[in-house]
Design a protein around this ligand. Structure first.
Ligand code: HEC
Length: 250
């Protein structure tokens, strides 16, 4: 038993590292009570992500109600493929097509903030960089050989691995050890604005995904209760059966 515990203690940090590609995760610092941030995040999500990723358990109406977005604004600015506010936030891309295009279908993101954690998502979206060794031309520090293109490049610009001496500067701004490709053409002020602007966009997006995961968690808890209920009933049945079988043997 002791040895088993020891193995656990030794292996745990390794698995934690493996999930982030060995990169230190940056803190998202998102705030679920900040409505403005959630609204901006929703806008960014439908514009930049919903071409490929669905939120299949979320309805437009519910999102509008929760985030305080009036129905007219919702219909005009946030609904591209849906007709009615009561619809689920699904997408029309077919799984088979997506696999053909990207090698792997983009997953539904309803519970991604729970599965990966907000810090992982935040760091992931900061960590795309140009990589000529890959067919799609980009890579990601926390998701090696990712199949997703850097869809936010218009907001962030392109990053490249920083030369050794500059990596200290890259750290804490963008993905660790990455710098903007056109960094040399930017003065301090412009660089600062660009980096902070993108960080804010990503923070809002992550905040929105964290919000989306919340109601889903409630649903999961309800399902969990049913599962336990079922297991208890099953235990009683199994026990009764056992007694029945053994009656003849005794
Ligand atoms: C052009 C299609 C496309 C768009 C647009 C897109 N993605 Fe993706 N995304 C993908 C694909 C494909 C994958 C699967 C990557 C893999 O497994 O290699 C993916 C994976 C992800 C993952 C990792 C899921 C996991 O396995 O843990 C996250 C998080 C993610 N996308 C977030 C976003 C966000 C946020 C946006 C909007 C800013 C976005 N994506 C826009 C195609 C897209």
């Amino acid at each position: 038993m002791k040895r088993l515990i020891l193995v656990f203690i030794l292996v745990l940090p390794i698995t934690a590292l493996a999930s982030s590609g060995g990169v230190d995760l940056q803190t998202a610092n998102n705030n679920l009570h900040d409505k403005k941030s959630l609204q901006r995040g929703a806008g960014l999500f439908v514009n930049y992500c919903m071409g490929c990723h669905s939120l299949q358990y979320m309805r437009y109406q519910r999102m509008g109600d929760d985030l305080g977005i009036p129905t007219e604004v919702l219909e005009k600015n946030l609904m591209f493929s849906a007709e009615k506010v009561g619809e689920l936030m699904t997408i029309s891309m077919k799984k088979a097509d997506a696999e053909k295009w990207f090698g792997v279908a983009p997953p539904d993101l309803s519970v991604i903030a729970r599965a990966r954690g907000v810090d992982w998502l935040y760091t992931y979206l900061l960590s795309f960089y140009l990589d000529s060794k890959r067919a799609i031309g980009i890579n990601n520090q926390v998701f090696k050989d990712v199949g997703m293109p850097h869809v936010l490049w218009k907001l962030q610009g392109w990053q490249v691995p920083a030369p050794e001496e500059a990596s200290a500067e890259g750290h804490g701004h963008q993905g660790a050890g990455l710098v903007l490709k056109n960094r040399a053409q930017m003065d301090e002020k412009k660089h600062h604005e660009s980096v902070n602007g993108y960080r804010r966009d990503v923070r809002d997006l992550v905040n929105f995904l964290a919000y989306v995961g919340e109601p889903m968690q409630l649903e999961r808890r309800v399902i969990g209760k049913w599962v336990i209920f079922f297991l208890v009933i099953f235990l009683i049945v199994a026990y009764a059966l056992k007694k029945e079988y053994w009656r003849d043997i005794h």
